[in-house]
Design a protein around this ligand. Structure first.
Ligand code: BES
Ligand code: ZN
Ligand code: ZN
Length: 490
């Protein structure tokens, strides 16, 4: 579906060619430079960000339509600007009911970028922009493009062909996560959602295992069970394992899988409950990353441990004030049934530690509204006692433009989680610093592994589409994890 090709633009018949144009610098050579010049002769087009002009059958080439897209000034053009260009262009072509498009690659020298990074960004933006979640619409008015060609010189095609399967693996994983998040909760209750994850994982020949509520009861996973108590669709714990031969290290990824978060007996009010189908975004990111791993084949063992529950109020639901015993053996007083994410995560973390003895453990969760208050809805919070791991996560997010910001784990805030009767309370005694106290609660269960926690309550979901993401689930975390794991192993 995406290709990296070299074609003679002067001779080849092309239906649609999209050309990125810089406002204050030439970034193409030869015939493309001439074409950009003719586009800029029009008063309405200077190459400013957001500007677009289409020339039909311009002289000197055999191209039906050339779409020129403004990128703005040279010093503002980075890989993200190229993802945006590619995504926006693909979306515009979908709107025009076209079936394919070719994207012209600008010169890396002129952009002061590395060619591989430039091509990768174009491929990513194009792949991610070429997606429609229309499963629930009777009439499917618009269709994704059949083929997208990124056009570059023969040398670059040879050198960077490997980027095509790489981007395809990472971005198809991202789209899978987006679809799971956007799926309504009536179609992804714990049993069904667990099956969705394992079905896709099995297609890639990954090893999977699902612990049912019976097994969880037998194993004394008291925290996961407590959260699932109010739902008729019982909790599960899903394992997905990528274990290449000769791997020396193990990375465990833990993803919060609350298929719907009503808040439980501490019921969420209107205005807070409507979007809670997204509360399994961490689970989606972890499962999709494992699926991408099966194709990327890094030399490290990666295990996904995913607790899946539905947080419902009912006559059988856990009450505020109840005390439960976690799988690790520590007792927890349920100060608030809406702080359910940390409960299911601690049992999953303990399970990962006991079963796989990971060197590194990273959990990802739509954990707190407080993290959104702190960082807004585009930036994830990162917590870790380990500077190297925190830096590696920040660097991976910077590369993929899944932005993160590290927040502290102050020791003296730990006392906010004290309980009169149990070892811990799942609710802080302070109104403030909710993202931090949630992370501190998890930190108690990290054992000896290098551990980090990523709070994606903000960036997991968008209400309005962006150039390379439709409204709905964003798949935040999948590209970041793929980058992180590849960096940790290279
Ligand atoms: N799933 C929510 C967090 C959330 C909020 C995710 C908004 C996405 C968007 C989580 O389970 C929750 O309810 N957290 C509470 C914690 C509180 C009760 C300590 C919160 O953030 O208010
Ligand atoms: Zn909640
Ligand atoms: Zn939740």
């Amino acid at each position: 579906m995406i290709n990296l090709k070299s074609v003679d633009i002067e001779k080849k018949k092309i239906t649609t060619l999209a050309v990125p144009v810089c406002e204050d610098r030439e970034i193409h050579d030869g015939i493309l430079k001439t074409l950009c010049g003719s586009a800029k002769k029009f008063k309405e087009f200077d190459g400013k960000t957001g500007e677009e002009i289409i020339l039909h059958n311009p002289p000197g080439v055999n191209i039906t339509r050339v779409i020129f897209v403004g990128l703005g000034k040279l010093d503002k053009i980075d890989p993200e600007a190229l993802r945006v260009f590619a995504g926006k262009t693909v979306k515009a072509c979908i709107q025009k009911k076209l079936t394919e498009v070719s994207l012209a690659t600008p010169s890396a020298n002129d952009l002061k970028m590395e060619m591989g990074g430039l091509i990768e960004a174009l491929l990513e933006g194009a792949y991610l922009g070429n997606h429609r979640f229309d499963k629930y619409k009777k009439e499917k008015k618009l269709k994704a493009l059949n083929s997208i060609n990124v056009i570059t010189n023969p040398g670059a095609v040879k050198k960077f062909t490997r980027l095509v399967p790489h981007v395809t693996a990472v971005c198809s994983g991202t789209l899978l996560a987006r679809e799971w998040v956007s799926t309504p909760s009536n179609d992804k209750r714990p049993g069904a959602f667990s099956r969705m994850l394992t079905r896709e994982a099995k297609k890639e020949k990954l090893k999977t295992r699902v612990l049912t509520d019976k097994e969880l009861r037998k194993g004394k996973y008291g925290a996961i069970l407590a959260v699932g108590e109010g739902s008729q669709d019982k909790p599960r714990l899903v394992e997905i394992v990528y274990a290449p031969k000769g791997a020396k290290k193990t990375i465990a990824l833990i993803g919060k899988g609350v298929t719907f978060d009503t808040g439980g007996i501490n019921l969420k009010p209107s205005g807070g409950i409507e979007d809670m189908k997204i509360d399994m975004s961490g689970a989606a990111a972890v499962a999709a990353t494992l699926i991408a791993m099966a194709r990327l084949k890094p030399k490290v063992k990666v295990v996904g441990v995913i607790p899946v529950v539905e947080n419902m109020p009912s006559g059988t639901a856990t009450r505020p004030g109840d005390i439960v015993k976690s799988y690790a053996g520590k007792s927890v007083e349920i100060g608030n049934t809406d702080a359910e994410g940390r409960l299911i995560l601690i049992d999953a973390m303990t399970h990962a530690l006991k079963s796989f003895k990971p060197d590194i453990m990273v959990d990802i969760a739509t954990l707190t509204g407080a993290c959104m208050v702190a960082l807004g809805d585009k930036i994830a919070g990162v917590f870790s006692h380990d500077d190297d791991l925190a830096d590696a996560i920040a660097a991976a997010g910077k590369k993929t433009h899944e932005r993160t910001w590290r927040l502290p784990l102050p020791e003296d805030y730990q006392e906010l989680l004290k309980s009169e009767f149990a070892d811990l309370n799942n609710m802080s005694s302070s109104r403030y610093g909710g993202a931090i106290t949630a992370a501190l609660f998890l930190a108690e269960f990290a054992g000896k592994a290098k551990w980090a926690h990523i709070d994606i309550a903000g960036p997991a979901y968008i209400k309005k589409g962006t150039p390379y993401c439709e409204a709905g689930g964003t798949g935040f975390g999948v590209r970041l994890f793929c980058e992180l794991i590849e960096n940790l192993t290279s």
